[in-house]
Design a protein around this ligand. Structure first.
Ligand SMILES: C[S@@+](CC[C@H](N)C(=O)[O-])C[C@H]1O[C@@H](n2cnc3c(N)ncnc32)[C@H](O)[C@@H]1O
Length: 416
């Protein structure tokens, strides 16, 4: 369903924004380059704005890019890339049996998508809920966004999405969209709504003017006043040093201030961020997913030299009900993989974050066996469950020869 929805969105946008001739080409194969050239050059510019030329974003009004051709670049490239990240975060929630049980028992949901842009995360949530819930259900989506242009696109895409989803269902999903033009930080001005099952802050914190103060105060209000007791606050940020570290600090501030909150993921335990506490300043937490880019993303990649197959991102999910993506298992400890496998003479190592530290976990060549193969097979974002505590070395932790290693992956329908 997730992939289907993304395909519907892409096809719809091609017809709406590039016209019937481009749509006819899209249905047969690649779209002619002449149709895509303005989007491709805007994509290069927007991509720079989001990475090495961030000063441009900081100096412009919020959502400035919704008013020129960069809007096309966002819709055709960033929307699908951010959608698969949100779908991945949702898939991890959907991997928790009790979360699924609670969600399937409900027939009314509220989703608050703050800094929604074109409704990327709300779209992924609709698809996720539709895949979980075969019975009829209602969703209220509250969209908060500074840019009226983005808000209008989000509203349109969500209404279309409800039709596409319902066309494949026996029992209808009823959608209500409440758009709100305004500043994310002014939570008191949000339209009234039932406590939210999902609050999304997806790629927006880094765009909220830092001179207005750190985001902890208004995000705390968001959690206190807008999140349901069994809801999830889902934060996604780009895998960039500054934005990820700022979000790691936000995570710590929220856990410190909100005693009712616990971390669902990616951290495998509550308490202060182990990376901020114990790793060098140059490190930042991020995971990665691999997906099959949609046809237009692949075409735009080929035209611009960008590469979208692997999406790296920072995320965290907070909940008030104490659930964790890694529920305790007697005798086993969970370690989140946040680094790629590095091979050196006689051993392999990778950065992991676990119950009491963020460090390099090592497997010596001579200790390799079928029961710990998961150590090298795992990808960034997986959890490695160890059957016994690793041993402390000067430069990290060492897997003991007899330790069994199990791999917990996020099974997202949009990823490989
Ligand atoms: C990078 S986009 C993310 C859109 C969407 N959440 C996603 O993940 O694709 C950031 C969005 O936040 C909006 N934005 C920036 N600052 C904002 C603020 N202070 N209040 C509300 N929206 C804001 C921008 O207009 C833009 O649409």
């Amino acid at each position: 369903m997730n992939n289907d929805l993304l395909q519907h969105v892409e096809r719809y946008l091609v017809g709406r924004l590039l016209g019937p001739e481009a749509l006819a080409q899209y249905d047969r194969g690649p779209v002619g380059k002449a149709f895509l050239r303005p989007t491709a050059s805007a994509l290069v510019r927007l991509s720079d704005d989001f990475t090495r030329e961030r000063q441009n974003l900081a100096e412009a009004a919020p959502g400035d890019y919704w008013h020129d051709t960069r809007c096309l670049a966002y819709l055709f490239h960033f929307l699908p890339r951010n959608y698969v990240k949100a779908a991945w975060v949702l898939a991890e929630l959907g991997g928790h049996p009790d979360v699924v049980k609670e969600l399937t028992a409900k027939s009314r949901f509220t989703v608050l998508d703050v800094g929604c842009g074109p409704g990327t995360s709300a779209l992924a949530t609709l698809s996720f809920l539709a895949s979980l819930q075969p019975a009829a259900f209602q969703v209220r989506i509250v969209l908060v966004e500074m840019s009226p242009a983005a808000l209008q696109k989000a509203t349109d895409l969500l209404r279309q999405a409800a039709d596409w989803i319902n066309a494949e269902r026996h029992e209808a999903m009823t959608l209500h969209v409440t758009p709100h033009t305004g500043d994310a930080k002014r939570t008191g001005k949000y339209p009234p709504h039932a406590a939210a099952d999902f609050i999304w802050l997806s790629n927006v914190l880094n765009e909220c003017a830092p001179e207005d103060g750190p985001p902890a105060a208004w995000v705390r209000e968001l959690v206190r006043k807008h999140l349901a007791p069994d809801g999830s606050l889902c934060v996604i940020e780009p895998a960039l040093h500054a934005s990820a570290r700022a979000a790691m600090q936000l995570r710590d501030a929220l856990l410190e201030d909100l005693s009712e909150c616990g971390i669902f993921a990616p951290c495998t335990a509550n308490g202060p961020c182990r990376m901020l506490a114990g790793r060098p300043e140059r490190d930042w937490c991020h995971v990665a997913l691999t997906w099959h880019p949609t046809p237009l993303v692949a075409q735009l990649d080929a035209m611009t030299g960008l590469s979208s197959r692997i999406q790296k991102f920072f995320y965290f999910v907070l909940r008030k009900d104490g659930k964790h993506a890694t529920e305790a298992r007697s005798g086993w400890t969970p370690w989140r993989v946040i680094g790629d496998l590095q091979r050196e003479k006689g051993r392999e190592k990778r950065l992991v974050c676990g119950p009491d530290r963020c460090t390099l976990l090592m497997r010596f060549k001579r200790d390799r066996h079928a029961g710990n193969e998961a150590f090298s097979a795992a990808r960034r974002g997986d959890v490695l469950w160890l059957s016994s505590a690793p041993v402390l070395l000067a430069d990290g932790l060492r897997l003991l020869p007899h330790t069994q290693v199990e791999r917990q992956t996020v099974a997202s329908p949009t990823t490989e």
